[in-house]
Design a protein around this ligand. Structure first.
Ligand code: ATP
Ligand code: MG
Length: 380
């Protein structure tokens, strides 16, 4: 099996591999880049593994004219910038000791040991610089069948690193054959290790949940998370019930994790997932937009076109109500509309009174379907 793709034939990427191999070391692509290339999907980041030690990797790369950044030396990772592209180069490793998240690692010269510490068989695929695929654990058959399977015993692999519970569901959401269902043994292992989820940082849980909810159809994976108790351990009060209807209503629109998260419910998202201020603001606006009974145009006006559309879709899923035929046009009309009254139109008012009157007039305007003119509103 031979990989191809613009990313692998990039001259600087090839030059980095050649520099390592002409110094007598292996240079193998691994993980997401190999997996995605085999599935014909875009490759976003390049991971390379090697039997060279981190300092040697740095020396070789710098001698070849590339910049080396020691991003995770204790875990054996050096980032090499070649042709403006970051390449994460990691020395083959084996885990000596694990504590449920971080491992004490030893460097290794053995690709089979390196493969055995990876999470899923589809993530334990390697490729040489010329694109030849190396498959030490039979991950290729799983990938082609779109089967998401742990490397080794699921309970043991989860106990080593509880983040793998989330990764299992995330990779299922993105890559699994929906007809296959989820691996029973892995699900049982997830259900038996819920306590470990409490030790994960908000940041990692947030990253994983956002990625998971950005899959084209995360509903089957999230339903399985609910059955195993993982969903409630992460987001107390959340329910998977309305997610499949939402995905159906979305009808191939670009996925938006915020819209999906709001439909899962539970609230208090910023206490569970590390979110930016803008993300929290968007989630609150979506949540409030859904709760208040507002027209499609009013949601477009208040939230803008993108979030307004998300609010309409989420509301239809949650209330099991049909979408109006012109709903999207209405959201856009609202997003483009301008409220016709300005502060200067109310010269007799100031301070809080002015604010209250403007808000009241705006509500009236929204109730007229955003059609009332300034004269209508001011009663002239
Ligand atoms: P993507 O970058 O598209 O999210 P990826 O597979 O490249 O997917 P990364 O998080 O970049 O995922 O990790 C790179 C590789 O490192 C994975 O493919 C996997 O082999 C290994 N890996 C990552 N996290 C873990 C983990 N928690 N346990 C075991 N192996 C892991
Ligand atoms: Mg990656």
């Amino acid at each position: 099996m031979q990989l191809t793709g613009e990313w692998i034939s990039h001259p600087e990427t090839q030059a980095l591999c050649a520099a390592l191999s002409s110094a007598g070391f292996q240079a193998l692509f691994v993980g997401g880049c190999v997996r995605n290339a085999l599935l014909g999907l875009p490759v976003s980041d390049i991971d390379i593994c090697t039997d060279a030690r981190p300092q040697t990797v740095s020396d070789i790369a710098e001698k070849a004219g590339f910049k080396a950044i020691p991003t995770g030396i204790e875990h054996g990772t050096v980032t090499i910038i070649a042709g403006h592209i970051p390449h994460e180069v990691t020395t083959f490793r084996q885990d000596l000791k694990t504590d449920g998240r971080r491992a004490v690692v030893a460097f290794s010269a053995d690709i089979v040991q390196d493969a055995a510490r990876r999470d899923l068989t589809m993530n334990a695929l390697y490729a040489r610089a010329d694109g030849t695929v190396i498959d030490p654990l039979g991950g290729m058959a799983d990938l082609l069948a779109r089967r998401v399977r742990f490397v080794g015993d699921p309970s043991q692999r989860i106990a080593e690193d509880f983040l793998r519970i989330l990764r299992f569901f995330r990779f299922h959401a993105h890559f699994a054959d929906p007809e296959l269902g989820l691996d029973g043994e892995a699900l049982a292992a997830c259900a038996a290790n819920l306590d470990g989820l409490a030790n994960l940082s908000k940041e990692r849980v947030g990253q994983e949940m956002k990625k998971l909810l950005s899959a084209k159809n995360p509903a089957p994976a999230v339903a399985a998370m609910a059955h195993t108790g993982v969903l409630n351990a992460l987001l107390p009060g959340a329910s998977a019930r309305f997610l499949a209807p939402l995905v159906h209503l979305e009808d191939d629109r670009p996925p938006d994790w915020r819209r999906r998260l709001v439909v899962l419910g539970g609230g208090h998202w910023d206490e569970r997932l590390k979110l930016s201020r803008a993300e929290t603001r968007d989630l609150t606006a979506l949540h409030d937009g859904i709760s208040a009974l507002q027209s499609e145009a009013a949601l477009g006006f208040r939230l803008g076109a993108e979030l307004g559309q998300s609010a309409v879709l989420a509301r239809a899923a949650l209330f099991e109500s049909p979408l109006l035929p012109a709903w999207e046009r209405e959201v856009h009309r609202g997003a483009a509309a301008r409220f016709p009254v300005r502060a200067a139109d109310l010269p007799d008012l100031s301070g809080p009174d002015l604010g209250a009157r403007l808000r009241q007039l705006q509500d009236v305007w929204l109730q007229t379907g955003l059609t009332a003119t300034k004269a209508d509103l001011l009663g002239r």
